[in-house]
Design a binder for this molecule. Structure first.
Ligand code: CAA
Length: 240
């Protein structure tokens, strides 16, 4: 039976690499996206991966899309909670909107998506859930009280979920990437990014494929005893 994987934010950046990697491991991948139709369409054509548009911060949209995926495929075996945004500013300059938006997209989405697949995974006695957090959820970062709060919250969420569902053949693990060569990191002001790279022991950005490799392992049958864990991939920037 071909396993079905949903990758949120799965058409760009780290998510695109994860979608491609899981497809190459013979999973059927459904890549979610929210805004960039052109990027999603060309990603879908180039990689022969189904893409579906919905906003992961909106519970009703998640429910509608997940129900449709169940109708079409009968089961969902793997969920990669990858979608995330930044709205960086120090707290003393942060607007309520930029706080709320990041909480909604990075954290409320995790409840939305995971709660909509967990019951069927429990019935099927199988599930693999991977949450993409961040080094900045582990160590904090100037300008990211909103983002860091959501990314460290994923760790508590994931450990609690692992406790609740390990006996049903479900694993829940977190990956904390460091600074990865994506559009999100490229958007950091050049001089600031340069000074960040100087603090990375490996002296370079990571590649999205390096994160995808670990996701591929965590969702495999080989990883059934890996549960409630947090994995750092950050070139030595934070050793935890
Ligand atoms: N520590 C201490 N003080 C700092 C600082 C730091 N890291 N960075 C800046 N400051 C100080 C500056 O020296 C400056 O002080 P003065 O006013 O006394 O000169 C003051 O804070 C203002 O600094 P900025 O000019 O940088 O402030 P800004 O408001 O223009 O910009 C910011 C703020 C947008 C947050 C900018 O600092 C920034 O982009 N920082 C990087 C944030 C970051 O790493 N984001 C990661 C995005 S990618 C991602 O999130 C993926 C992932 O998971 C890793």
């Amino acid at each position: 039976m071909t396993k079905i994987a949903i990758v949120t934010g799965g058409t760009r950046g780290i998510g695109a690499s994860i979608s491609k990697k899981l497809k190459s491991s013979n999973f059927k991948v459904i890549a979610n996206y929210t805004s960039n139709d052109d990027a999603a369409e060309s990603f879908s054509k180039e990689n022969n991966i189904e893409v579906i548009k919905w906003d992961v911060s909106n519970y009703d949209q998640c429910q509608k899309s997940v129900n449709k995926i169940y109708e079409d495929n009968k089961h969902i075996d793997i969920l990669v909670n990858n979608a995330g945004i930044t709205r960086d500013a120090p707290l003393h300059k942060m607007s309520k909107d930029n706080w709320q938006k990041v909480i909604d997209v990075n954290l409320n989405s995790i409840f939305n998506m995971t709660s909509l697949v967990i019951n069927k995974m429990r019935e099927n006695s199988f599930g693999r859930i991977v949450h993409i957090s961040s080094v900045n959820g582990q160590k904090g970062q100037f300008g990211q009280t909103n983002y860091a709060a959501t990314k460290s919250a994923l760790i508590g969420f994931s450990k609690s979920l692992a406790l609740e569902s390990a006996s049903k053949g479900i694993t829940s693990n977190v990956i904390c990437p460091g600074y990865i060569n994506t559009e999100m990191v490229a958007a950091i002001r050049e001089d600031i990014l340069k000074s960040i790279i100087e603090t990375i022991p490996s002296q370079r950005l990571g590649e999205a494929d390096e994160v995808a490799e670990m996701v591929d392992y965590l969702v495999s049958d080989k990883a059934s005893y890996v549960n409630g864990s947090t994995f750092s991939i950050n070139g030595g920037l934070w050793m935890d």
